[in-house]
Design a protein around this ligand. Sequence first.
Ligand SMILES: Nc1nc2c(ncn2[C@@H]2O[C@H](COP(=O)(O)OP(=O)(O)OP(=O)(O)O)[C@@H](O)[C@H]2O)c(=O)[nH]1
Ligand SMILES: [Mg+2]
Length: 395
Amino acid sequence: MSTPQTPASERVHIALLGRTNAGKSAMLNCLAKQDVAIVSDTRGTTTDPVQKPMELTGMGAVVIIDTPGLDDDTTLGKERMARTSKMLDRTDIAVVLFTDEGIDTELRIIEECRTREIPVVVALNQVDRINDREALIARIEEATKHRVIATSTTTGEGIEALREAIIGTRPAEERLITEGFCKAGDRVLLVMPQDKSAPKGRLIQPQVQTIRELLDRGCVPICCTPDRMAEALAALVTPPELIITDSQAFNEVYQLKPEASTLTSFSILFARYKGDIALFTEGVKALKSITEASRILIAEACSHTPQNEDIGRVKLPRLLRKRFGEGLTIDIVGGADYPEDLTPYDLVIHCGACMFNRKHVLSRVERARQQGVAITNYGVILAALTGILDRVRTN
Ligand SMILES: Nc1nc2c(ncn2[C@@H]2O[C@H](COP(=O)(O)OP(=O)(O)OP(=O)(O)O)[C@@H](O)[C@H]2O)c(=O)[nH]1
Ligand SMILES: [Mg+2]
């Protein structure tokens, strides 16, 4: 078994969808080349989405998600459908498995993917036991306007073709954390406090990812803690083109920043990388109209988030109440409890979502945008409340 080094948040999420007994779990096992999910001829065997991180040759690190079947009208069935629908929030590519049992359920799924702008790969599974497969394929192609790949998890037919189709559907181009902020040859000074909240012997994920990207881009990353920033600058003949600081150290770094250097922060770069920075910076403008009678939603990605706990549950509420009054209503939700209806809120503040893929963050952002509710994230609002936002480059 490969040990997954790439965090799930950086992997392309591929969901297997279809009715019960279509062979979704069998397909996951085929793609993974191992028994990950339970396969059985009892309908509704898979009751919760099962995620399998793996390497897909030609695409790299992915997560394949096996889902419960979507053709069940019972109460439990509806519950399963709701889960699968939520799972689409983080789906980058949907693989829809048809069978010879009808096409309505599958067409509904494809329609939902279309409204969510999720690219779809279509397969007709179990072809080993379907008599007139050509006629059925023609019918599905006509109804979906997609090429249909004939697959069988039993004989292995079409599995390679399906793999290739998935790879060919590669979602949006790869994004860069520092895109537009620096170019090859630029010196980039990273100011990274390594205080007691930092994990022992390691750098935190955003720092690691940023350094790696700068190396890949041919930049020259230079790292220091805030108390060594003066020495780092003195070692350079001319000022670095870019300085990226941890927000905690912002004031010290701002004091020392050479005129010629551009300044930004890790949390701003990650708000941009993971979410919609333009909407987030627009969202903080809602602070102008917040009063003690307002209602704010703080949404965390994880149901328990040790690193963010103090920010979302303590630090932010304290800062907000100090500014707008103790009577301010703040609801805090975690994990899957992000409400469908955001309209009771004057502002939504989302965490940095280090555990979510970009698609997942954007699904949540889109819900707020569609409902006309201001949304921002931890990094951007903390920058605004502490007066940083006007002094850094955000986009
Ligand atoms: N003949 C044939 N049978 C298949 C194929 N793929 C799956 N099956 C069988 O179909 C049944 C259902 O397969 P699963 O993979 O459990 O189906 P599923 O879509 O995960 O079903 P749920 O979890 O109930 O939604 C099992 O008995 C499989 O052995 C195939 O390509 N050909
Ligand atoms: Mg299953």
